[in-house]
Design a binder for this molecule. Sequence first.
Ligand code: DHB
Ligand code: FE
Length: 294
Amino acid sequence: MARITAGLAVSHIPAVGAAWDLGKTQEPYWKPVFEGFEWSKRWMAANTPDVIVLVYNDHANAFSLELIPTFALGMAERFEPCDEGWGPRPVPAVHGHPQLAAHLAESLILDEFDLTLANELQVDHGLTVPLTLLFGGPAAWPCRVIPLAVSVVQYPPPTGLRCSKLGAAIRRAVEAYDEDLTVQVWGTGGMSHQLQGPRAGLINTPFDTAFLDRLSTDPEALARTPHIEYLREAGSEGIELVMWHVMRGALSAEAREVRRFYHVPASNTALGHIIFEEPDGGSEGRDTQEGSPR
Ligand code: DHB
Ligand code: FE
């Protein structure tokens, strides 16, 4: 049977992708950002799953205001990077897992999560930047990726609690898939950031740190955080954090935090990253050197 081995969350800042693509990772501004992922890249290399269910939001690239699915599941064999205005990122196409995606669609919809099914989908920085941070620049991504797009750009986004319940339903679906696959669930976006309006540039480190702590120790209560609190405390784009609840909801009560990284400044965003392992997930051991929150 398939099983979820780990969950991971990471900000998906487009300028981080541009820094990688333009060879700027050793510049003083970007060096600490990329160094912060060295441990995680080693962990990923040792724990590469067969499939990642990658929860992200499209930023009006593949979807527009004409069509706003709250949850859209990528069903295709292949997903190309979108042109976000500067040409598509020079990264490999993403290979999906149509069989597992079809199983997820059936299982989730019959479990009363009414997904939109995307048979054709181009993926933006929300999906490709996390892959760059965790895998670097391989000629091909080392595993299959099923995109799960969540609407957070048009009010109302789904609640954190709905996202957490979707994660739990994904776990049930994966555990009912009759093939011996290892699956990770990733949540992306956040942490605090606001890109427009009078509060543009807002960063709230105490909020972000508390969010990371509670995601680890008290995820069920954290998932009940109302939208207005994200908006007030984490800025208008901080609402992307609801996607982290899909990841956390997909994990068991036994899952343990093994890695955390938090860094400001990174573009307009507080960069946050966390990894949870399931007890049977194939551990390299807990990271005690670099893992403490800053
Ligand atoms: C930035 C962050 C995002 O999450 C995003 O989707 C776009 C831009 C930023 O930091 O500029
Ligand atoms: Fe974003």
